[in-house]
Ligand binder design. Structure first.
Ligand SMILES: [Zn+2]
Length: 217
């Protein structure tokens, strides 16, 4: 399947999703926040909370901005053909701010991405935007990791790609079992990153100094 077909397939999926679920109005979203405030035990009419439903709705627009982006289309239109470069390209320490789909609380961490090009390369800011487009949604870390790797594989068609994410889940650190300091590591390796131990080792060595380093959470 060529990149245009992939992009239109994704666009269709987005359109189908929005057909199935009528998007509530901003006023309905704000009313829902008001209900949650009351349910939590506070008075949404007191001075400090009076603007909160509106602010929360605006914050949600930022937290979930990824639903308005099509990462595959983004990569499909921006790669450059270059036969000259045939070493691994690694982008380290990409900040992850995502939201756990079970509790809607932050997943904070960092991603490292590597790929071994087969003629196509893309600007590093575009890779960071792909991460952001998938992260700014309701997610689980495993799916986020796979979606980033698969989008790069489908569009750039490199010899291989590796995505490594290390993140803390606030649903684990601030509620439930309350285990601060615990982070979750996920990775997805495709092509030569999966099949060739040398390539895989090179990638892991290149990101080693960043792995396990402390990050803000
Ligand atoms: Zn959770």
């Amino acid at each position: 399947m060529d990149t245009g077909a992939i992009a239109s397939r994704h666009a269709e999926a987005f359109a189908a999703a929005s057909d199935r679920h009528r998007r509530p109005s901003r006023a309905e979203a704000e009313a829902a926040v008001r209900t949650l405030i009351e349910w939590a035990g506070d008075n949404p009419d007191r001075e400090g909370l009076s603007g909160t439903p509106e602010r929360v709705a605006r914050a949600y627009e930022e937290f979930f901005a990824g639903y308005d982006e099509d990462p595959v289309a983004l990569l499909s239109t921006t790669f450059e053909e270059t036969a000259a470069y045939d070493e691994i390209i690694v982008l380290r320490d990409i900040r992850i701010e995502s939201y756990c789909e079970h509790h809607l609380v932050p997943i904070l961490g960092k991603a490292h991405i590597g790929y071994l090009p087969a003629g196509r390369v893309v600007g590093i800011s575009k890779l960071a935007r792909v991460v952001e487009a998938f992260a700014k949604r309701m997610q689980i870390q495993e799916a986020l990791t796979s979606q980033i790797a698969d989008a790069i594989q489908e569009t750039l068609k490199p010899q291989g790609v590796g995505v490594y994410i290390e993140a803390a889940h606030q649903c684990m650190t601030t509620r439930g079992i309350r285990k601060p300091g615990v982070s979750m590591v996920t990775s997805r390796m495709l092509g030569s990153f999966r099949d060739d131990p040398t390539t895989r080792r090179e990638f892991l060595t290149m990101i080693a100094s960043s792995r396990n380093a402390p990050y803000e959470s």
